[in-house]
Design a protein around this ligand. Structure first.
Ligand code: EPU
Length: 312
C-alpha cells in the first residue's frame, strides 16, 4: 500500500469533494471494468485540485487523472495510487464575440454532451458532430476527440492547465498544437478548462447537423453495451482500424465477457462481467492477427492504467 491513513486525512482536509479509499474503478468508467483505486479523489474546485496534486507529488503517490472515464481501461489489480476524478469541476459560460462568433468557456469536468446540446440550442456551430461522445470536456481536449472530420482541437481558442509544479497556466491557441487524437502539453499537465470559438448560425441548421451525427452514430456504433469507444487509433485516415478488424472476421469474437462489437469492429464491448484481463487478451489477439495479415501495428486509442504491456 502506498497511501497511508495519514495521507487520507491530509487530503480530506484539502478537498471538499469525496475522498474514497479502495474505490471500485468499474463504477467510474464507461467500460464498467477495473479493480480498486487505493484512493479516489474528487476535487470540488481547481484550487483544490492544485493543492491535492502538490501534496501527492510531495508524497510521491502515483496519480491518474480521470474525466468521465470513457476512454480508459483500468486493470483488474486496480490503481496503486490516487485517481483524481475531475467531474466536480463544472460549469460553462457563453460570451458573445460580435454577432458572428461566441466564446464558450467550459470547466474540464463538464460533460461534453451537455455542452454540445446547449451550444446547438443557442445556434452555435462547431462541436455538434461530436454528439454522443461520452467524454468530459477535459477528456475530449486531451484526446483531441473527433468525429466526422471535426476535431475539438480545431475549435479551441485557449485552454487552462495545471502544470507539473501545480501552478495554473492559460495557454492561447498558438501555444499548443493538436494532432490526431493528441495535444502536445507538458508531461503531467492537467487540463482544467477550455475556451472554444464557435460560429453563430441558424439553430435549425446546427440541429440538422447534430441530427446527422446522431444518425451516423446510431447506425454504425454499439449503443447498448458498456465500452470505451474505439479501442485502436486508425493507422491512416484511409485505413480505418474498424475496417481492418472487420475484414479479418473479428466481429462477435469473445474472450470471457469481452466481445468485438457486431456494429463496429473497433469497439470492444463489455457484454457482461468482462474483466480487464478479458479485454487485454482480446486486444492482443486482434493486434497479432492484424500484424500477421497486414503488417500493421495497431496503436491503442484507449489508455490502459496502470501503463505497461497490454497483456499482463
Ligand atoms: N468500417 C467497417 N467495419 C467496421 C467499422 C467500420 O468496414 O466494423 C468502415 C466503415 O464502413 C467506413 C470506415 O470503416 O467505411 C470508417 O468507419 P467510421 O465512419 O465508423 O469511422 P472510424 O474511422 O471507424 C472514427 C473515430 C470514431 C468516430 C467516427 C465517426 C477513430 C479511431 N475513430 O471511426 O471515434 O466516432 O470516426 O466519425 O478515429 C472514438 O474515438 O472512440 C471513436 C469511436
Amino acid at each position: 500500500m502506498i497511501v497511508t491513513p495519514g495521507h487520507i486525512r491530509d487530503i480530506a482536509d484539502l478537498v471538499t469533494g469525496r475522498v474514497i479509499q479502495h474505490a471500485r474503478l468499474a463504477d467510474v468508467t464507461t467500460f464498467k471494468i477495473g479493480g480498486p483505486a487505493e484512493l479516489l479523489i474528487e476535487p470540488g474546485a481547481p484550487e483544490e485540485l492544485r493543492a491535492a496534486l502538490a501534496y501527492l507529488r510531495e508524497a510521491r503517490i502515483p496519480v491518474f487523472i480521470l474525466g468521465s472515464g470513457s476512454n480508459v481501461l483500468f486493470r483488474d489489480e486496480g490503481f496503486p495510487g490516487a485517481v483524481i476524478r475531475l467531474t466536480g469541476l463544472r460549469g460553462f459560460t457563453i460570451q458573445s464575440n460580435g454577432s458572428d462568433y461566441a466564446k464558450v468557456s467550459a470547466a474540464a469536468g463538464e460533460p461534453l454532451p451537455a455542452l454540445i446540446n446547449r451550444c446547438a440550442g443557442d445556434g452555435l456551430r462547431g462541436p455538434e458532430a461530436l454528439w454522443g461522445i461520452p467524454a468530459s470536456v477535459g477528456g475530449a481536449v486531451v484526446s483531441n476527440a473527433g468525429a466526422r472530420g471535426v476535431w475539438i482541437g480545431d475549435l479551441l481558442s485557449e485552454i487552462t492547465i495545471v502544470t507539473p509544479a501545480a501552478a495554473e497556466q492559460r495557454l492561447a491557441r498558438e501555444n499548443f498544437s493538436c494532432s490526431y487524437r493528441s495535444i502536445d502539453l507538458p508531461a503531467s499537465a492537467v487540463v482544467t478548462a477550455a475556451g472554444l470559438r464557435l460560429v453563430r448560425d441558424d439553430p435549425d441548421a446546427v440541429e440538422a447537423s447534430m441530427e446527422a451525427a446522431r444518425k451516423h452514430r446510431w447506425e454504425t456504433q454499439p449503443m447498448g453495451f458498456p465500452s470505451a469507444g474505439c479501442v485502436f487509433k486508425n493507422p491512416a485516415p484511409d485505413n480505418p482500424a474498424g475496417a481492418i478488424i472487420d475484414r479479418l472476421g473479428f466481429k462477435g469474437r469473445s474472450v470471457g465477457g469481452a466481445r468485438v462489437s457486431d456494429a463496429h469492429a473497433n469497439f470492444i464491448v463489455n457484454a457482461g462481467g468482462a474483466s480487464a484481463g478479458d479485454v487485454l487478451a482480446l486486444i492482443e489477439e486482434i493486434r497479432e492477427a492484424v500484424r500477421a495479415a497486414e503488417g500493421v501495428d495497431l496503436e491503442l486509442e484507449i489508455r490502459i492504467a496502470p501503463e505497461g504491456p497490454a497483456h499482463a
